[in-house]
Design a protein around this ligand. Structure first.
Ligand code: HEC
Ligand code: HEC
Ligand code: HEC
Ligand code: HEC
Length: 203
């Protein structure tokens, strides 16, 4: 009898999991539609359909609507891995700067086209401007076959990012997907057993 009850329950739970997977951004920590300043809109604090920002060279930039951080960051340095060919940016760029526009501990969350730009800096989970204690970003993934790293074909669902003529960068969005919190912490995949880390690192 107990077994007969257990099986349908597990199926029901699996169905719940599937429903949660389709949830997207609604109701996550990135859904600010219930805040007075968001005009009830989910996408607006980050994207605008018109008159959005472009980068310094005029290239389109996911229709970005939020004020861009103008902080200067200290990048990860003192690598333990020896790589004479390391290609690391001097400052975060592209997709990482989008995230740091709210997670730099300095720029207000509600500072976006039309937003009030109050002093409401989101400090609790901000990385601050010193990124030396955070996973390297703005660094190119080593060539396939480099000891300690998995080949590119192994990476999905984590990803490398191309922007501004640069290729194969590790950026915030390599590990994070800002529109889905299905795996917690807006991660691209479940990190149980450090599975996310092992997509790239051959350890
Ligand atoms: C908290 C900020 C934030 C909110 C809110 C947000 N986005 Fe995004 N969105 C981003 C960031 C950051 C990127 C760049 C991600 C990347 O390059 O992988 C992006 C990229 C995109 C892209 C292009 C790349 C992709 O992932 O497909 C689309 C389309 C998009 N967003 C649509 C939306 C829509 C529609 C909404 C509202 C339902 C929304 N976003 C809400 C931050 C946000
Ligand atoms: C418009 C401002 C904004 C942008 C842009 C933004 N975030 Fe967030 N993010 C927030 C806020 C505010 C929270 C906290 C929500 C809460 O706890 O209620 C949050 C929560 C998070 C969390 C969960 C933190 C926790 O402790 O639960 C992660 C991880 C995260 N963001 C990563 C990112 C990444 C990566 C990007 C870029 C791809 C990004 N965010 C872009 C405002 C933003
Ligand atoms: C190599 C993968 C990776 C990269 C790159 C990465 N993160 Fe994360 N991030 C994670 C993981 C994994 C966690 C969850 C940590 C935990 O559960 O202890 C996390 C947690 C967070 C949190 C939650 C608060 C905290 O400090 O733990 C925020 C906010 C965040 N990341 C933002 C960012 C931003 C912004 C960037 C780019 C500047 C970034 N992340 C780059 C993997 C990454
Ligand atoms: C998208 C691929 C990717 C993912 C996912 C990833 N890493 Fe990395 N990691 C890299 C790259 C690329 C470097 C920099 C390599 C270089 O230039 O030496 C790096 C660097 C590091 C370093 C610094 C090594 C040094 O030489 O100082 C550590 C430690 C590290 N990662 C741990 C982790 C952990 C822990 C996770 C999971 C939370 C993780 N990584 C997830 C690609 C990744």
């Amino acid at each position: 009898m107990r077994r007969a009850i257990f099986i349908p329950l597990s199926i029901a739970l699996a169905a719940c999991g599937a429903a949660a997977f389709a949830a997207g951004i609604v109701g996550t920590g990135h859904d600010f539609s219930s805040e007075a300043w968001s005009d009830g809109r989910i996408c607006l604090p980050c994207h605008a359909s018109h008159n959005a920002q472009t980068d310094d060279d005029g290239a389109s930039m996911v229709l970005w609507n939020h004020v861009m951080t103008d902080e200067t960051f200290t990048m990860y340095s003192g690598f333990a891995i020896e790589r004479t060919d390391r290609d690391q940016d001097e400052q975060p760029g592209g997709p990482s700067k989008l995230c740091l526009s709210c997670h730099d501990g300095a720029t207000a969350v509600d500072a976006f086209g039309g937003g009030p730009d109050s002093a409401s800096v989101f400090a609790e989970t901000s990385l601050g401007t010193d990124l030396r204690d955070d996973h390297p970003i703005g660094v190119q993934y080593p060539p396939d076959g480099f000891v300690g790293f998995k080949p590119r074909a192994n990476l999905p669902p984590v990803k490398l990012v191309a922007w501004g003529g640069k290729t194969d960068r590790v950026e915030c969005t390599s590990c994070h997907e800002p529109h889905s919190d299905d795996f917690g912490m807006f991660l691209r995949m479940d990190n149980t057993g450090s599975a996310l880390c092992l997509q790239c690192h051959d350890k």
